[in-house]
Write a protein that binds this ligand. Structure first.
Ligand code: PLP
Length: 496
């Protein structure tokens, strides 16, 4: 097979003595490296590195970069992950020297603008949440959850209830991090089975809560794209039992500016700034998961707290005895906070609300446009995401959600989230969860609809085409399970 050298490994195009750069002949005394780096662990033999010219190197990495799929190049409708477009101005402004050259150890007088930014961001998040106090410190959604539960635990300890209130009730529609966090925070979890429409079963909830309940953690809108209709009633049940109500607000994109969780009775919630407020993220970071709490929980928040005083902005530790301490160094993931601030400042109050409305509208547009083409799990008005399944294609042509997702790649669309929600939640079918977000135009959504219709037709006319997709990528089907469970991360040439 003829292979373009630009697509080969650098080791494969390496030739002895080839260089990107030739240094001039040494005109200073030679230094014995062993002597200069006394005590350092030096290699016995030089590392085997590829030897290539600059153009080969540039082409190699340019080619790799072109193979990367990103929201900047194509539609990326992952469910439950909010891969929305991140305006370039976020990074442009964050790159200003005032931000890049700031150091957290600067004297407070030199940090005034930064502290003001954090105070303002907290104010906006307070307003959106309808709660009383915010900390920006947690660096991810899951860390926000952890911080929220630590705050609840500290509150229970202050009331002498920490030993008795040990359980966290979690609906099965919650995000996976919720039970994981509860367990990590030292609580026992009680799983609540959702009703067929995805909502909380109030009778089951009443039976599940009691004097041993510390809190309920609810993801709202849920990971099924369902807005819980009985939040107020749920809050009453929890509060009547003396327990707290935690809301996973990572899906705030659907309801921001429309509903304030605090008005529904929530005591603690976290935001995923990297999902809702357009901070580029992926593969675990960088993110920001601020939490908002009701007044009675404020004394337990992490420190320092950015505040405004008569003398200016300051970082204070208002309640050193009760605070849970720091959960992240300095002020949290500050760059992520700045980008979220820039994004929100541009949108304004109306823009934030419009985002929520348009995210919801776009998901419902896709739901309506593909009705009858793919089976829809719970075909009712959805929130920010819609769950299709492979039921029809599987029954008619033995095509799975995985096949359909792989075929999408051939049309330049990133596969949606598949098999989540898990088959037991969607009657044994393969879920295909789509979150278009508000940033996609009608033209892009229509292209997606056309592609999905075309694939549905291909499933009937030429099932093998879909079975064997993708056809346009360097590799087609990889063994994803083994790649995750048994990764072989080595370079055969280097160890030869
Ligand atoms: C609903 C929900 N909760 C929590 C999280 C966890 O957030 P993070 O990945 O920032 O820890 C996510 C992440 O996608 C989420 O979708």
């Amino acid at each position: 097979m003829i292979q373009n050298p630009a697509e080969k490994l650098l080791y494969e195009v390496s030739a002895p003595g080839r260089r990107c750069l030739r240094l001039p002949t040494l005109d200073v005394p030679k230094v014995d490296i062993k002597h200069a780096l006394k005590g350092a662990k030096l290699r016995a033999k030089p590392a085997v590195l590829p030897e290539v010219g600059e153009l080969d190197l540039v082409r190699h990495f340019k080619n790799l970069a072109q193979m990367n799929f990103s929201v900047d190049r194509n539609f990326y409708p992952l469910g439950s992950c909010t891969m929305k477009y991140n305006p370039k101005i976020n990074v442009t402004l964050l790159s200003l020297p005032g931000f890049t050259k700031a150091h957290p150890h600067l004297p407070e007088a030199d940090l005034q603008g930064h502290i003001e930014l954090m105070v303002t961001l907290e104010t906006w998040l307070r307003e959106i949440s309808g709660l009383d106090a915010v900390t920006l410190q947690p660096a991810a959604g899951a860390q926000g959850e952890m911080t929220g539960l630590m705050v609840i635990k500290a509150y229970l300890e202050s009331r002498g209830e920490a030993k008795t209130r040990t359980k966290i009730v979690i609906p099965d529609s919650a995000h996976g991090t919720n039970p994981a966090t509860a367990a990590l925070a030292g609580f026992d979890t009680v799983t609540l089975k959702s009703k067929p429409d995805g909502g909380v079963d109030l009778e089951a909830l009443k039976a599940a809560v009691g004097p041993d309940t510390a809190a309920m953690m609810i993801t709202n809108p849920s990971t099924l794209g369902v807005i819980e209709p009985n939040m107020v009633e749920i809050a009453k049940i929890l509060h009547a039992a003396g327990a707290q109500l935690y809301m996973d607000g990572a899906n705030m994109n659907a309801i921001q500016g429309v509903v304030r969780p605090g008005d529904l009775g929530i005591d603690v919630m976290h935001f995923n700034l990297h999902k809702t407020y357009s901070v580029p993220h992926g593969s675990g970071g960088p993110g920001a998961g601020p939490i908002a709490v009701r007044k009675h929980l404020e004394p337990f928040l992490p420190y320092p707290r950015p505040v405004k005083t008569d003398k200016g902005y300051t970082l204070s530790n208002p309640n050193p005895k009760q605070t849970i301490g720091k959960v992240r160094s300095f002020f949290g993931n500050y760059g992520a906070l700045v980008m979220a601030y820039i994004y929100m400042a541009q949108l304004g109050r109306e823009g934030v609300r419009r985002n929520g409305e348009n995210a919801t509208l776009n998901a419902n547009y896709l739901r309506a446009a593909l009705r009858g083409v793919y089976h829809i799990h719970n075909d009712k008005t959805c929130a920010h995401e819609v769950v299709f399944t492979d039921k029809k294609q599987h029954e008619e042509n033995d095509i799975s959600a995985l096949d359909i997702a792989k075929r999408m790649i051939d049309y330049g669309i990133h596969p949606m989230t598949i098999y989540f929600p898990q088959p037991n939640v969607v009657a044994g079918h393969g879920a295909m969860m789509v979150e278009p977000t508000e940033t996609e135009s009608k033209e892009t959504l229509d292209y997606f609809v056309d592609v999905m219709k075309k694939i549905a037709q291909e499933c009937k006319d030429n099932p093998d085409l879909v079975h064997n997709a993708p056809h346009t990528t360097p590799v087609a089907r990889v063994d994803e399970k083994s790649a995750t469970t048994n990764p072989q991360l080595y370079c055969a040439i280097c160890i030869a």
